[in-house]
Design a protein around this ligand. Structure first.
Ligand code: ADP
Ligand code: MG
Length: 322
């Protein structure tokens, strides 16, 4: 039967073993043995064709990204990823497509020692839903609600790249140098979830979120949950060399403020902890930069220090059903 053939293709390509998986793919449900005293952290995210990715996206990129967006949520909690489930809807039982998709998933799963422990395979418009599970010591989770007035606001990596990658994929951006185009497309298709950075920020960040809907929108969620506001300095936004080479500084800054699909972490730390946070994130293999601070007045404002005035962005972020 095609369905079981597809599941077998997935199982064969995602054989990452973990001692804490007592029973994986093959029965009615998986059996897991969480580490003693640890709390479970759970999240799920869906990628739909035509909404989250253009049709004809490479299947390996889909498999990678469906897991990546979930590991990014775990990273934003400071959790250590462990297990994942994959619910897959396919218009047709295309084994080559599924094998590539599973290989892309497995590539990222292996890096983070995540075991695929189950899922569901059904017929329907192309859609991937991953549920990821991780572990964290009690009280260590990084929440959105802990930001305090005076905290510094930081982000990992660079911003705006994935939005430029999407513009490239949609044919809305052309004349880009091949190496820059490859970099920007990879930032869209193969985001690197900042798992190690999230772990490094345990006990240090007062609040944390991953940027999926755009910096302004997601920092807005932190501010609402924490009952504070934020000021972002336009000139402090981290821009990649590829993005800067591809468009004007103003265009790049606009994407950095509101572009979605970044999967970088935005987090807050007390002023006295900024140096420690920068060092720890760097030791975890990525860069971080201070981009602003938490203030008492609600809302997120952008300041253009060079011009000595506020800056009104044209777009604030992505929202389904808007
Ligand atoms: P059931 O009908 O009991 O839900 P299924 O036939 O859907 O069982 O699945 C059989 C086994 O294969 C289960 O262990 C399930 O978790 C696993 N499975 C199904 N689809 C996937 C998938 N896309 N990825 C990983 N495991 C899957
Ligand atoms: Mg099932």
């Amino acid at each position: 039967m095609a369905e079981f053939d597809l599941i077998e293709h997935i199982r064969a390509r995602t054989r990452h073993a973990r001692g804490d998986v007592l029973l994986g793919i093959g029965d009615d449900a998986a059996l897991l043995q969480p580490a003693p005293g640890m709390q479970l952290v759970a999240c799920t995210d869906t990628l739909n064709v035509g909404v989250h990715f253009p049709e004809h996206t490479a299947p390996a990129a889909l498999g990678w990204k469906a897991l990546a967006v979930n590991l990014s949520d775990l990273a934003a909690m400071g959790a250590e990823p462990a297990w994942a489930l994959l619910a897959l809807s396919l218009p047709a039982p295309d084994t080559a497509f599924v094998a590539e998709l599973a290989a892309g998933f497995a590539q990222l799963a292996a890096r983070h020692e995540v075991a695929l422990i189950g899922g569901d395979t059904t017929r329907g418009p192309l859609s991937l839903t991953v549920t990821a599970l991780g572990q964290i010591p009690p009280g260590a989770a990084l929440l959105r609600s802990g930001a305090r007035v005076g905290d510094a606001v930081l982000v990992t990596g660079t911003l705006g790249d994935a939005a430029a990658g999407l513009a490239l994929a949609q044919g809305k951006l052309s004349g880009v140098v091949a190496a820059d185009e490859a970099f920007l497309r990879r930032r869209l298709d193969q985001p690197e979830p900042r798992v190690a950075a999230g772990l490094a920020l345990r006990g240090l960040a007062t609040a944390c979120i991953d940027i999926s809907d755009g910096l302004l929108a997601d920092l807005g969620h932190v501010c609402t949950a924490s009952g504070v506001g934020a000021e972002i300095e336009l000139g402090a936004l981290p821009l990649s060399a590829a993005l800067s080479a591809t468009m004007t500084r103003a265009q790049a800054q606009a994407l950095a403020l509101s572009g979605g699909d970044e999967y970088e972490l935005c987090f807050c730390v007390a002023p006295a902890q900024v140096e420690a946070a920068l060092a720890r994130v760097q030791a975890a293999g990525c860069m971080a930069r201070v981009i602003g601070r938490i203030v008492a007045t609600s809302g997120v404002r952008v300041i253009d220090a060079q011009q000595g005035r506020g800056f009104e962005p044209t777009r604030r972020g992505y929202e389904h059903f808007a």
